[in-house]
Design a protein around this ligand. Structure first.
Ligand code: GRF
Length: 212
């Protein structure tokens, strides 16, 4: 991912589509922030890969348009990749946010939203990628954990890093307590960083993300 620049004019809110699979507490934090007129972001749609994801109900209650694209509805992964690309593109987002979206998108999506698709992950990357970040961090015995916001590339949790936040690991932590502590910091980071991206734009130069 080299040299991708998004210039923001600031005369309109940044249009954001959020993709979720579950509870959507990160989505809720974004929606709360959007209620403030000074937050320069508009969540224009929320998409999920499964019906019944709690975040879809959250979005509906906030009168945000929703869509659901289960992988199983398509003949193959390429078909799903095209469908989710079209569904997201229909909302003309400036930025797409994966917030607890448990699917890896394919080349069609990555190509269409190159440099405009970000993910929040609950570990300090490049340590502990994958779906069990906090569990793996605990098992390793680390003393700090945290969350990473990054631009998605074709790897698993490997893209250029936008922001990271740390939390302590306590002696009596279990997976649940550490996961919750990370999530509190992660939500705050997401809201702040997305606000900065909206205000300032961004440049991706190799592995480096620059926010002017
Ligand atoms: C977040 O901690 C994210 O890092 C992980 O899944 C969690 C999603 O939480 N991939 P929520 O659905 O936003 O509450």
């Amino acid at each position: 991912m080299t040299d991708l620049t998004a210039v923001r004019s600031g005369d309109r809110p940044m249009r954001v589509v959020v993709l979720i699979s579950g509870g959507g507490s990160n989505l809720a934090a974004l929606l709360n922030a959007c209620a403030d007129d000074d937050y320069p972001v508009d969540v224009v749609a929320v998409g999920a890969d499964r019906a019944g994801a709690a975040g879809i109900g959250l979005a509906s209650r906030a009168a945000v348009p929703t869509f659901v694209e289960p992988v199983g509805d398509y003949l193959d992964r390429a078909g799903w990749d095209l469908a989710i690309t079209v569904a997201v593109a229909g909302h003309q987002p400036d930025l797409v946010i994966s917030a607890g979206f448990l699917k890896l998108v394919g080349p069609e999506f990555l190509d269409r939203f190159a440099g405009r698709y970000i993910n929040t992950h609950n570990s300090l990357l490049p340590s502990f990628p994958g779906v069990h970040g906090p569990r793996d961090a605990l098992a390793y015995g680390v003393k700090v954990a945290g969350a990473t916001l990054f631009f998605v590339d074709e790897g698993v949790d490997t893209g250029p890093i936008i922001a990271q936040v740390t939390v302590p690991v306590l002696d009596d932590d279990d997976e649940e307590s550490l996961t919750e502590r990370i999530k509190v910091a992660e939500r705050k980071q997401l809201v702040q960083a997305v606000g900065r991206l909206a205000r300032c734009g961004w440049k991706i130069d190799g592995r480096k993300v620059l926010i002017p």
